[in-house]
Design a protein around this ligand. Structure first.
Ligand code: VGL
Ligand code: ZN
Length: 211
C-alpha cells in the first residue's frame, strides 16, 4: 500500500496481547516487544474503534511446559492437535498478564480475554486452538458493522497471524501493521506466518500508511 489509509467508521484497530509477559523482563518476552507501545498509542488515536485482546490463562494451563513437566518451546500433542509449550505466562490476575503500563487504554471499546480455558490454548482472537470454539469476536465485530481490521501487537507470528488468518476466514478485510508488531520467530515461524498471511489475502503494511 503506497497510499494513505484514513480509518473510517467501519474500520477497527485490533491490538493483540501487548502485555508485560510479552515485553522485555516478562516470562515469554518477545524481543523488543515494548517498542510497539508508542506506535500503537498513535494508532489508537487515529482509529474510531479500538479492540484489545488480553492473553488470560489460569494457573496450570495446558499450554504451559510446567504443566506437562516438559521443555518450553517444544511441541506436544493435545486432544485438538499440536501445541507448542510455553513458559508460564499471562496468568490471570498477575502483573505479567497486565497490559504494558505505557499503553493508553482509555479509548478502547472492547477488551477481549482469551486462553482462559485450562485444556485449550487460544492464539487467535476469533477461535481457540481447536479451531472450533469461538471467542465471540466475529459476532461482536459484525454486530457493530465493523468490516476492515487493522491488526498489530504481540506476537506477529503467533497471536497476530492466527487472528489475521481467522479474520479472513470470517470474511473481514485484514491488514497487519508489521512495524507495530514483534515476532517470537521460533524455527522460522515468522517467515511461515508471513507467507500464509499473504496467501490468505492479508495485507502486510506499516503504520505510516495510516493517516
Ligand atoms: C502468544 C504464545 C502463547 C501470543 C500467546 O500472544 O502471540 N504466544 N500465548
Ligand atoms: Zn498464551
Amino acid at each position: 500500500m503506497s497510499f494513505k489509509v484514513t480509518p473510517m467508521e467501519d474500520d477497527a484497530l485490533v491490538v493483540i496481547d501487548v502485555q508485560n509477559d510479552f515485553c522485555p523482563g516478562g516470562s515469554l518476552a518477545v524481543s523488543k516487544g515494548d517498542e510497539v507501545v508508542p506506535l500503537i498509542n498513535t494508532l489508537m488515536g487515529q482509529f474510531r474503534h479500538v479492540v484489545l485482546t488480553q492473553d488470560w490463562h489460569p494457573a496450570g494451563h495446558s499450554s504451559f511446559a510446567s504443566t506437562h513437566k516438559g521443555q518450553p518451546f517444544t511441541s506436544i500433542k493435545l486432544d485438538y492437535g499440536d501445541q507448542t509449550l510455553w513458559p508460564d505466562h499471562c496468568v490471570q490476575g498477575t502483573k505479567g498478564a497486565e497490559f504494558h503500563a505505557g499503553l493508553k487504554l482509555t479509548g478502547a471499546e472492547l477488551i477481549l480475554r482469551k486462553g482462559f480455558r485450562k485444556p485449550i490454548d487460544s492464539y487467535s482472537a476469533f477461535y481457540e486452538n481447536d479451531k472450533v470454539t469461538r471467542t465471540g469476536l466475529a459476532g461482536y465485530l459484525r454486530d457493530r458493522g465493523l468490516k476492515r481490521l487493522f491488526l498489530c501487537g504481540l506476537a506477529t507470528d503467533f497471536c497476530v497471524a492466527w487472528s489475521a488468518l481467522d479474520g479472513r476466514r470470517e470474511g473481514f478485510q485484514v491488514v497487519v501493521l508489521e512495524d507495530a508488531s514483534r515476532a517470537i520467530d521460533l524455527n522460522g515461524s515468522l517467515a511461515a506466518a508471513r507467507a500464509e498471511m499473504v496467501k490468505a489475502g492479508v495485507a502486510l503494511t506499516a503504520s505510516d500508511h495510516i493517516g
